[in-house]
Design a protein around this ligand. Structure first.
Ligand code: HEM
Length: 398
């Protein structure tokens, strides 16, 4: 445990971190990848370019520093990050590399202000934080391996089917190359895919939500092709039926509860993928549970999994489904293919949600989630009934 003096130093340097946090971690990543280019096989280069990862790590270190004398208080956050670390293959031996580079970066950015005493205190604190992560991740690796059909690290899966779900979303059906069982998962969890496209210097890893219910002989992910997405373009263009993909076991803590309360599943764009998994699971396991499924898209041409959603809503009386198109096509207008033109506004949401005491799950682009979160607050939905997931590094909706 850290002594009082160390804790005091850590806490007194939090305001300095607040100002320099991002500068330190930006410097940190530059140094890390110069000295350990092999780590570029794990980190998401796009998140690096956009600065998202720098902010995520800065915030995590800052939060840990604030709670250094009661790390137990941030265990849920540590677990969420550890889920991603486990899925990516982060190992105990990586922690000292990150620790040393971080300390050097603090020293270099803060200059003389970072006295030996401060650096010493941070070294100790990092050790405590790293041990918390390593311990939790060890249990997660163990669980992933010991679960029926589970495995450690990455396992080869064959693409057994590739289905275009819209102009930009394609589903991939994946079965293990070894023909053995696959681990179950909870609706809302994601798979982690590692690819090495020809001509790329490093491997690329991405997380994709599972888009079907568990209990099948395959996993399904539904991937949106992003304009400059290295992995999504590779999957859409180069990966065909019969191709092999490296996959790590399902992970993630954005999962559907098993209450019998009414549930509202709201998605924007490709955020529909974890919601369809939740919907398919409810149909299978809680056929009486009231569900309101609300989806927003530009129009029908990019509305992925539309047919599957319509089919589920038609066949199951417990499901009500609503669609909002912000820019309906001429055909959508003629077909009356949507329930709302434009974005989901407060009035419309109020008219279709069953009760503010329902459980609300949502996923979509950040701006969409911010808007939704503020609508739900205005509708006085209790915070504990609101559950959401970001694409990419976790962030804040405030
Ligand atoms: C992701 C914190 C150590 C590799 C993250 C995220 C946070 C974080 C907050 C973002 C989570 C999200 O996406 O929601 C930390 C902290 C660490 C630590 C506080 C030390 C105590 C490590 C180590 C490695 C590592 C040792 C391995 C070299 C990664 C990678 C990602 C990640 C590859 C995914 C980010 C991306 O590629 O965009 N970490 N981490 N982390 N971490 Fe760590």
């Amino acid at each position: 445990m850290l002594n009082e003096k160390t804790i005091e130093i850590i806490k007194s340097t939090v305001p300095v971190l607040e100002v320099h946090g991002t500068a330190i971690t930006t410097h940190f990543y530059k140094t890390l990848f110069t000295n350990h280019p092999e780590l570029l096989n794990i980190f998401n280069h796009a998140n690096q370019r956009e600065g998202k990862q720098q902010t995520a790590l800065a915030n995590a270190v800052y939060a840990a520093a604030l709670h250094i004398d009661k790390l137990g208080a941030i265990i849920p956050v540590v677990k969420q990050i550890a889920q991603k670390h486990r899925a990516l293959g982060v190992l105990p031996e990586h922690y000292p590399i990150v620790g040393e580079t971080l300390l050097k970066s603090i020293k270099e950015v803060l200059g003389d202000a970072a006295t030996d005493e401060i650096i010493g205190a941070w070294g100790e604190a990092y050790g405590v934080i790293a041990d918390a992560f390593i311990g939790i991740e060890k249990d997660m690796y163990q669980e992933a391996k010991e679960q029926a059909g589970g495995w450690e690290g990455f396992r080869n899966f064959v693409v057994t089917k590739k289905v275009a779900e819209s102009d930009c979303i394609t589903s991939f059906y994946l079965e293990p190359e070894d023909g053995k069982a696959i681990a179950s998962f909870l609706p809302g969890q994601y798979l982690t895919v590692r690819v090495h496209p020809e001509g790329e210097e490093y491997s690329h890893i991405r997380h994709y939500s599972l888009s079907d219910a568990a209990g099948k002989s395959y996993y399904r992910i539904s991937v949106k092709r992003e304009d400059h997405g290295v992995v999504s373009n590779y999957l859409h263009k180069d990966v065909q039926t019969g191709s092999i993909l490296e996959i790590s076991a399902p992970a993630g803590d954005f999962v559907l509860d098993k209450n019998e309360t009414p549930v509202v599943l709201i998605s924007g764009g490709v955020g529909i993928t974890p919601m369809i998994s939740m919907l398919n699971t409810i149909v299978k396991e809680q056929p009486q549970r009231e569900v309101v499924f609300i989806h927003g898209a530009l129009n029908s041409s990019v509305h992925g999994l539309k047919g599957e959603l319509q089919d589920l809503a038609e066949k199951h009386a417990n499901i009500r489904s609503y669609v909002a198109y912000s820019e309906p096509t001429q055909q959508d207008l003629e077909d009356k293919a949507y329930d709302k033109e434009g974005f989901m506004d407060l009035e419309w949401l109020q008219s279709i949600i069953p009760s503010k005491d329902a459980d609300f799950y949502f996923c979509g682009p950040t701006a969409f989630m911010k808007m939704l979160n503020s609508h739900l607050k205005e509708l006085e939905v209790p915070a504990e009934n609101i559950h959401f997931e970001f694409f990419g590094p976790a962030s804040s909706l405030e």
